[in-house]
Design a protein around this ligand. Sequence first.
Ligand code: NAD
Length: 295
Amino acid sequence: MAKIGFIGLGQMGSAMCPNLIDCGHSLQVFDISKSAADPIGNLGAKVSSTPKEAALDCEVIFTILPIGSIVEDVVFGSDGISEGMADSAIFVEMSTILPDETRSIGKRLAERGLSMVDAPVGRTSAHAVNRKSTFMVGGTKDDFNRVLPFLECMGEAVTYCGELGSGATVKLVNNYIAAVSNLVNAEGLALGLSAGVSEEIMVEVISKTPAGLGHITTTWPKKALVDDDSPAFMLDLARKDIGLALAAGSASEISLATGTVAHEVYSKASAAGRGRQDWTTGIYRTVKKLSKIVD
Ligand code: NAD
């Protein structure tokens, strides 16, 4: 079993450490807050007084900290991880930070001959307690295989995403989609409530359609993801329906900010001749064109 350094013992770190201990690993932990570190010390971990000390003689060093600048400081600041980490060790960064920050930290470590993967975490601290986290990992395939058994101690799904920073990118994409669709849900239900329909009825209906089930696994696989534009549902009809919702919302003074932006993009798609294409393929092609991913 391995000696592991673990830095950042907040909501997530404190939920993950007991699972590494249960797998039989010995932990050296650090947090600037003594009240965060002490409970993990009580489980048998050695509480260190600096990130450097927590990294000494460890096979793997994990961080899960609030933001990128803190991670950078914990790695490269005085008494940082990079001063204590052995050449044979690997650094696993799990915080939600920018892919560029991840790559910059990895580049500086590589200049010192030190290895890193990024492994941001999906789901919440309640999932982490029950080893139900998901991990999105970026780095070399060899480094991924080195850290896989440790991540499997803390979660139920570990996905290799590509080179260093890819984990951070996938995490960002996932949270963007989740957070924005959260707002669309709020807008849609507010529109229905204002017209006197109960949440219960709306949820019953929506949970059986792509609106509730999610597009990525329902409408997208046979259309947008294989670039098939034969319409299961035409883009112009979707555009018309967003317009109907905006008209109803405007009459009852419901704020439908996301829908307003969506209607603009659907209108651009329609103006570009995609009105009779499948709504998923047509809108994906439009966004890729606007983003200059395709000509
Ligand atoms: P948190 O605020 O609960 O914990 C952060 C910990 O870092 C705290 O204990 C704090 O004392 C410690 N810390 C701050 N600066 C430090 C330093 N310089 N040296 C050592 N320790 C330091 O945050 P959290 O919820 O555990 O989230 C951590 C990261 O995980 C964030 O990037 C967050 O976005 C991400 N994340 C959180 C969740 C969640 O459900 N909470 C889910 C997935 C990802």
